[in-house]
Design a protein around this ligand. Sequence first.
Ligand code: G3P
Ligand code: CA
Length: 349
Amino acid sequence: MIRSLVLATGLAALSLPGHAASFLTLDGDAPLVIAHRGASAYLPEHTLGAYELAIRMGADIVEPDVQLTADGALVAMHDTSLARTTNVETLFAARNGGYDVSEFTLAEIKTLTVEPTGPAATSYPGFTPGTAAPFAVPTLREVLDFVNTHNAATGDKIGVYPESKTPNRSELSRKIVDEMDAAGFTGADQNSYIQTFSHDGALEIALYQAGLGMDVPVAALGAAVGEPGAFGVFDFTTSTISSLETLAGFAGGVGVTLSSPSLNADFIAAAHALGLEVHGWTFRPTSIEAARTQFGTYFALGMDAVFTDYPDLGVRVRNELTAPVPLPASLPLVLAGLGGLAILRRSRR
Ligand code: G3P
Ligand code: CA
């Protein structure tokens, strides 16, 4: 009942004047905003420019999906193919009928330019990238080094959230862990995670890390399914369901699609009871009003982190909830909360 009261009146109703809202996240802290492929609604995805803008917008974490090149380098790239996001087709002939990352060397990929897709553009008002090649395809190490350099210069604790993509997932996963190790992203206190859609692959990452003495939380991706007492995450790679109890044996969190059939307060509470964070993807609100609805709904449910192409909007909504509520502005919210409590008390009689 208390949970439904929270949902009915909104998080701010829990705030007393001068106090910020409390959250139903696993640790009680404000939810984290993950820049999905960087600030990918604004600049070419998976580029240092998009990551830099995301950090400037206040994102807590930047997300590089990761693919393996023909010569075994790790690059930030969502697709198996280079064709959708780069100018590869203007510079190279197709190989084996296509433009797979795995068919090109890192030196070749470094000659490409990442082009904007969707609502993104080649520039953002008032933003001048600080890196030499902001729209080249970066290696994972370049992304990690960029974040480390930013953190060292500012005292920020921006995290990274690499995803091990297919094909070659096992080799790729080990190399991602090795790169995280080499760059100093080794622990559970760095706002950082490693993710993959394969739940067997997630276990493999956890075991490989353990062998290196690392403890970066692993997030198993999929869809939230089931019901109270029998919640799980659907593994799209095997069409099987892993129970939350199984995932809690090795993972630090689950990353679930917003179209999950069972992504609700009970699912999140059940995950939290097992020590699992719940991260949701992918938030794409195109206005602050839509952002308040979309992020606000899942923040109220206790979601721990949100993947979004619009990190500025995620940060803005989160900050609106964390800012102390001034007395005059808070009065209606306090009264709404008191009204809810009165209804609650009546319903218990
Ligand atoms: O990793 C979470 C989310 O990014 C999964 O979707 O396809 O954008 O990698 P995708
Ligand atoms: Ca991803």
